[in-house]
Ligand binder design. Sequence first.
Ligand code: ZN
Length: 596
Amino acid sequence: MENYLVSARKYRPDTFQSVVGQRALTTTLQHAVKNNQLAHAYLFCGPRGVGKTTCARIFAKTINCLHPKENGEACNECESCRSFNEQRSYNILELDAASNNSVDDIRALTEQVRIPPVLGKYKVYIIDEVHMLSQGAFNAFLKTLEEPPSYAVFILATTEKHKIIPTILSRCQIYDFHRISVGDIQEYLQFVAQSENIAYEPEALNIIAMKADGGMRDALSVFDQVASFGEGKITYKGVIENLNILDYDYYFKLIDAVLRHETAQALLLFDQVLGLGFEGQYFTTGLSAHLRDLLVCKDPRTLPLLEVSDSIQAKYRQQAEACSFQLLVEALKLTNECSLQYNQSKNKRLLVELCLIRLCQLGEPDPDGGKGKAAPLSPVAAAPAPAKAPTAKPVAEASAGSPVQTSAPAPAPASSAPAPAPSAPASQPAAPDSAQPAPHRPASTAARRPTALSFNRPAQQAAPAPVKQEVAAPEENQPFDTPQLTQAWIDFANTIKDDPQISSAMIANPPEKTTDTDFEFVVFHPNMEKRMLEIKPQIEHYLRQQLHNSHASLQVRVSVGDEKKKALTPQDQLSAMLEKNPSFASLKNQLGLEMD
Ligand SMILES: [Zn+2]
């Protein structure tokens, strides 16, 4: 029986062409060889296991090949090539600087540099993990690097480029190796499996590829491990057991529960996950990734960003169809919040559970929401609404958007409902409709048939219709703060989700207050500005009612330079900052700072 060779060695590429996932870089090297434009020193940087040393060896072999091919590859047949392939060439010297980093080690190497090659043209010195060299060793090496003999080529490899001193950097041609894509790794694993006659499930190889984080060597060693565990068969189940990965299935089931508003089911699933020994943080991070993948499935253009195997892709697409864009964005926000707060939380399990509960409340259909969920909220609202709202709100905001949040818009319906009920529904949709005939039926449609929008939050749904009438007449001057404004803003955005572009832009980027009553919404593009101005009357109408302030007024402008481009949800960042340092809020207000 032949000796067992690990796959990473057995399937190590021996031509530039066969190096996986570094095409641009190998092509450049090939050209350099072909045109005989060789430097004396190269620096190969990049994460571990992406092919730095492999490329260095191929390079060394190729520049020494006696009959190089037209395309700049080695012939693999001449004496020099064979000596390389059989690892008996004297023209290549490898030093692992991680374990040989003293001045003496480097001296021993530079001594060797003096001896010219016997066969072939170049002697190639590969110094791996070169950043590990001691200061003295670096200095000793620098002398050789400054005046190398004509036949010497140095290839320095490192995972930590920033640790290389500038004097060395400036003498090297630098090549940056990239992480290998999941697709490339998976394809190569398939090739290895087929060559080895190992049966495999594509999703199993996909998981290995993802877990390898861009490194082929890691991927191949996991591959070997799983193959021996499965006795020559690589299954999805085998892989997740071996790598201690949470099964996709839990996330699929969880989102199913969210869609059906089955809070109990969601909590039980989470309990099972904990029972398997997974951390809550791991779970929420995975859930965020899952939501992201669903979101990516929503648009054929972003589908390539989904890095899972075909069979699972179908599953993702199916689930994505059941979820609205809005729901996914909201859910992602919740899971992100949860992840951010995880480390600071004293009761981590409760934190995740709260997140799950809120997820299950997302998009609860309206009739249910009215009876079930909004019920506990209405008493709060019915009472002394104006006094309470401002104080209650910031708390809700700070506590990471606990369910309380919805209580802010709630006061409105309760206090105003009794009187104008009959006439309200009719007149309300009429106003925006006539004012805004063209593309933006959204707000009005939402008000007319709220049940059609399955993914709106219950509280805000109830709000618009009854409130309208009463507020329209008497002038209101209730002060409002940024969190209240943001909430009302998002509530409005939720009513126009049949215009997902506007809706999501509004949600991602709430307005900034500029005065007591004015607020400003910054957009990136004049087209967007135009569309926002079209629905401005509707927005103001809605916000004035929600905020009980008849002077609330919206300005829209296009951003200048790169302002506002940094974060997707500046509000998230702001609330995180406020949570850390509450006095920041008053400072912000005093100085009138623009925070995003
Ligand atoms: Zn050759």
